[in-house]
Design a protein around this ligand. Sequence first.
Ligand code: F0G
Length: 458
Amino acid sequence: MKYVPEPFRIKTVESIKMTTREYRQNAIAEAGYNTFLLKSEDVYIDLLTDSGTNAMSDAQWAALQMGDEAYAGSRNFYDLEAAVQEVYGYRYMVPTHQGRAAEHIMSRLLIKPGDYVPGNMYFTTTRLHQELAGGAFVDCIIDEAHNPYSLHPFKGNFDLAKLERLVREVGPGRIPYVSCATCVNMAGGQPVSMANLRDLRRWTERHGIRLMLDNTRTVENAYFIQQREPGYKDKSIKEIVREICSYTDGCTTSGKKDGLVNIGGFLATNDEEFFTESKAQVVIYEGLHTYGGLAGRDMAAFAVGIRESVATDDYIRYRVEQVNYLGEVLTAASVPHVVPHGGHAIFLDAKAFLPHIPQEQFPAQALASAIYVETGVRAMERGVVSAGRNKDTGENYMPKLELVRLTIPRRVYTQSHLDYAAEGIANVYRLREQVRGLRFVYEPKQLRFFQARFEKIK
Ligand code: F0G
């Protein structure tokens, strides 16, 4: 098991609380068996998400002091715009407070009621904004993505035959854009290959359909291309990132992941008219187009983070290999999880982990609770609770993948934190028959996983 040593040293530390099992039993019951409702203070190792949980560098903290908090025309906006142009290569950029705000603006502008938006698997906020704009998401990812044990090296790839079928059924006029995510989150952080992107580009051009990127984890995706795809091992991460973006017409981005910040996002495009319309929308929902809901200092740290993420290949190698290390330790303990290991997280297979709990009783939700009680580690459900209900029929979506995500914040935890987490999870696996299913006591209408409450089934 290889652990790539950290390409940084620690300058500031933050204490974290050690708690007892009894304390945690009470805490999770009070949180309605939903790890989103736990107090962060009651968590020992927080693997809920890699979103906004990054540790910033000394250069980023220094940049905060250089915030220009002018309402209009902040210098940090121009610097962020330059970083986006340099690293991702898009001509125009509209800042937003985070990724879903960019998704909101893009969906409102591009989708008409009755439209279809094909994508490589859904993401929660992305699909919701498509639906709120009157569109319907259509899953066009390859079948292997739905199989947690398929060893396909690029399980994020599109199946072009599925796209072709959709265009034949509804016509290209009903498809405003194809939504392509890098390191597909809900598939287990699985990358898309450059060859697939190139094919996708050709296909969208042939049909006169836009190709929009969910650029949230492009740097991590670039590392997999460098490692796995013929012709890329001598290319830098920076070059690969630029090439990925070059096949697309624009993107939405959550800077809270690859961007190495705690808050921030943007919408980018090469299309001047779409840019003008986006600026008109951002002032309604976020703030002036030169800050988009961010403080000047947030934009300053974001610009530094974007450049740092590709400055050398050392950071991203350490980052993705750290995730892989956790996966390898869990493999050695025979704990069932999605393979190949993804870029930002290890995803436990709750159906295989808890075969005695039917999917109607939320096995992944139950497993995330059990892991917290055993270890103080906070994970996230990514299964039937996250999938929600079909907006027309009201039926629960029953995703093939019923997963618990152990998400690794960037530059935050050490090897021994991961060893501790893995050991505790292996213990839960040994005692798995004691874990019981859950039922809803409160179910929000939208994005229910964030605030739902459950009770244990006797
Ligand atoms: N797209 C992807 C692929 C994401 O993973 C996220 C957020 C977003 C868009 C939305 O960005 O949070 O900045 O508004 N994912 C977080 C997660 C919440 O935990 O996976 P946001």
